[in-house]
Design a protein around this ligand. Structure first.
Ligand code: BTN
Length: 256
């Protein structure tokens, strides 16, 4: 069903298709631990029984309707302190493919790496890095992209079909996704962090706009109004608050 991608240099040149598995990220990590893996290998499943989301959450996706996959990259050029660059690469790559499919849609990357269409989440990304000494040996890039599912049990989620009103070919979207991901990966490798960050900030949801957030750093959650100013190199969100600049990790801030 999923063919080797012809239009890329390395991403998707080896595709491991599984009708079902617990989590494509976990399978990819197991493969890495069982021996060398080629840069760009993809593990893709029709159904995950234990799909993993960010912050210990689960990723639910109906069988055979969406893309649930993990790309194995070997970004040896990237220092672990710059690992957030991969989050930017992947969210931009996913945003690129969604924008190609839905040219009219209003599309944002909600920090750190959720892709939103018309204020509804269409894709989630979970990156797990395997370090060796002071280098990133492997990066397992897990992507869930909602394609043909239209029922999300009241969650603020959407899919390509829900937005476009028509069915999509999973292999075709997969192909396009691989092309878009690799383009952004090469942009980082060849043009550097600043170039990727510029494009990431241009897609960043609520950048420069006053908005309400919840500060989860203390014992009691505190709602406040702030303005997203930037994302620092390590990936923390830089927010202007009434009290000055505050930096937030993923679990420390909630968008209201
Ligand atoms: C999120 O919480 O938004 C991240 C979701 C990531 C889901 C993908 S689906 C393919 C890969 N395998 C997993 O177990 N999770 C990621």
């Amino acid at each position: 069903m999923y063919k080797i991608v012809a239009e890329t240099l390395f991403t998707g040149k080896k595709v491991i298709y599984l009708p079902s598995c617990h989590s494509t990220n976990d399978v990819a990590v197991e493969l890495i631990h069982s021996g060398e893996q080629v840069n760009g290998t993809v593990v893709i499943a029709d159904y995950q029984t234990q799909g993993k989301g960010q912050q210990g959450n689960r990723w639910h996706s109906l069988p055979g309707q969406n893309l649930t996959l993990s790309v194995i990259w070997t970004p040896s050029f990237l220092a672990p302190s710059s690992a957030f660059a991969l989050n930017m690469v992947v969210s931009l790559g996913v945003a690129d493919v969604v924008q190609t499919c839905l040219p009219q849609a209003s599309l944002w990357v909600k920090w750190a790496n959720d892709v939103y269409v018309n204020n509804l989440k269409i894709s989630g990304i979970l990156i797990e890095n395997i370090l060796q000494g002071t280098a990133i040996r492997y990066s397992v890039v897990g992507i869930g992209l909602n394609v043909n599912q239209t029922e999300f049990k009241g969650l603020p989620a959407t899919s390509l079909k829900a937005q476009a009103g028509r069915e999509w070919s999973l292999p075709q979207v997969f192909n396009q996704l691989m092309v878009c991901l690799e383009k952004r990966y090469l942009q980082l490798q060849q043009q550097g962090y600043t170039s990727i960050k510029r494009d990431y900030l241009s897609r960043l949801y609520q950048l420069g706009q006053p908005a309400k957030y919840i500060d989860l750093r203390g014992e009691v959650p505190l709602q406040f109004e702030g303005i997203i100013k930037d994302v620092e190199n390590a990936g923390r969100l830089v927010v202007q608050t009434a009290k000055g600049i505050a930096l937030f990790d993923l679990k420390q801030i909630k968008f209201v």
